[in-house]
Structure formats: structure tokens, C-alpha cells
Design a binder for this molecule. Structure first.
Ligand code: NAG
Ligand code: CA
Length: 240
């Protein structure tokens, strides 16, 4: 992050001072930013470019993730990859090659939501909900629910989560596969530690006054970009 690199330039051979500056660097990259009206652009097929989203939370008995995506990929690609030390697919939203299938994986158990009208070159809202009590998962495409499915997830998602956009993790923070990378744009990522009600999902989809994520909040997002990912103004097909 350029806000911090200037501090590094002043880094002298004095070891303590250097250490202090590095601590500042870490703190600075983690400062939350309001990304309202912005999007991440993933313009290139790589096995490295990604955005890491930060949270201090380490246990989840329920999860909702919502995001908006735009792509022309018809192959497999990850939309949201959360790995813990014990499960690389601790919470994964994955678009399958089959045109109409989106897969939801929790603690390495997966279900498929079929019949999804995931058109290319179109902004879509994708939400996924799961809770450990019912062990039910559900996917929402543009506010339209899929059939609820049993996910044999067992119990809570626990352990330090590494959350990545742009790549699919096959290990805790790595194991990226170029054939599963995301290219296109992603915006308005939120994550909650509970299952949103259908009504709250509609409010997110319609960009009404919804409760922002209490785990990840697009309006106060802590993130780190690696490789060629750009933070840009969100493109909309409207003139005002
Ligand atoms: C699951 O997590 C919730 C809150 O995050 C906690 O209250 C509960 O005790 C956990 N359940 C188990 C079985 O550890
Ligand atoms: Ca994986």
C-alpha cells in the first residue's frame, strides 16, 4: 500500500526503528477502507493475483456471504474462498463449468445448486447461507433462492480464516490453480456470522438499507492486494 511505502524509505540501519516502521506498515495495510461505489478488477488469468480480506473472527456457527460479480468465464471459478488450517474449503462459493451450477462447500462438504441463471457479462448478486444447527445451506442468485440442501458440515467453522477473492485455496492461504482463478469484477462483499433472512437478502440484492456484514463489511473493509488486481470505481450501465 503506497500510504506506507514512504515510511520504509526512511527505514535506517537502526534496527529498533526499522522494526517499529514495519509494525506501522502492518497496521497501515490493515486499516479499514470504505469501498462504497468501488469494485476489484481481476484483469488477468494468473495463479497468484488475489485480494485477501481480513477478519479477527475465528469461530462461526453460521455464515452468510453476499457479493456481486461480473465475468465472462464459463469454466470453473472461485467466487469466495475461505480456508482454515483444518479445511481448505471451509466456506467456498464456486461456479462450476456446467452453465447452471453453483457449488457451496462448508468444512469440505459440498452441495450443488442447479438451475442457476448465471449469465455472462452481467452483474449478479450471489449470496450463500449456512448454519451449523440445521446443517442446511442455501444459495441465492439475484435474490432467487435455491432449494435448501443438507451439508454434512458437522459443527462450527473454527481456526484462523484466510479469506481470498480471485483464487481458490487448496491449502491455508495457497494452493492456487490457474484453471480456477477468477477474472472479471467483484464488488460489495459482505459476510455475517448468522444466516440472513430472505427479506434481508432482498434488501442486499436491491441495495436498500441493509445491515452491513459484521464479519466483512464492504464499507469498512480490511484487505491486502497481491498481484494485478485493481480497485476501481464500479462500472454501471447507466448514465445520470
Ligand atoms: C459454535 O460457535 C458459537 C459462537 O461462535 C459458540 O457459542 C458455540 O459454543 C460453538 N459450538 C461448539 C460446539 O463449539
Ligand atoms: Ca480448495
Amino acid at each position: 500500500m503506497h500510504c506506507c511505502t514512504q515510511h520504509l524509505d526512511t527505514c535506517t540501519d537502526h534496527k529498533m526503528k526499522c522494526l517499529l516502521l514495519l509494525v506501522m506498515l502492518t497496521a497501515c495495510t490493515a486499516a479499514p477502507q470504505d469501498l462504497s461505489g468501488k469494485m476489484f478488477t481481476f484483469p488477468q488469468r494468473t495463479n497468484s493475483a488475489h485480494v485477501r480480506l481480513e477478519t479477527s473472527r475465528e469461530e462461526f456457527s453460521a455464515v452468510t456471504v453476499c457479493l456481486r460479480s461480473f465475468t465472462d468465464l464459463s469454466r470453473n471459478h472461485a467466487l469466495f474462498s475461505l480456508a482454515t488450517p483444518s479445511a481448505d474449503n471451509a466456506f467456498l462459493i464456486f461456479k462450476k463449468t456446467a452453465a447452471d451450477v453453483i457449488e457451496l462447500t462448508v468444512r469440505n462438504s459440498n452441495v450443488e445448486a442447479g438451475g442457476q441463471d448465471y449469465k455472462l457479462n452481467t452483474w449478479h448478486s450471489v449470496c450463500a447461507t449456512w448454519d451449523s444447527q440445521s446443517e442446511l445451506g442455501q444459495l441465492w442468485l439475484d435474490g432467487k433462492p435455491s432449494a435448501k440442501k443438507f451439508i454434512s458440515s458437522g459443527s462450527n467453522i473454527t481456526g484462523e480464516p484466510i479469506i481470498i477473492l480471485g483464487q481458490e485455496q487448496d491449502s491455508h492461504g495457497g494452493g492456487f490453480d490457474i484453471k480456477q482463478c477468477f477474472t472479471g469484477m467483484i464488488s460489495e462483499v459482505h459476510m455475517w456470522d448468522y444466516a440472513l433472512s430472505p427479506c434481508e437478502i432482498q434488501r442486499y440484492v436491491n441495495d436498500l438499507n441493509f445491515t452491513p456484514g459484521n464479519v466483512l463489511n464492504w464499507r469498512a473493509l480490511q484487505f491486502q492486494i497481491t498481484g494485478r488486481v485493481l480497485l476501481e470505481n464500479k462500472q454501471v450501465n447507466e448514465c445520470h
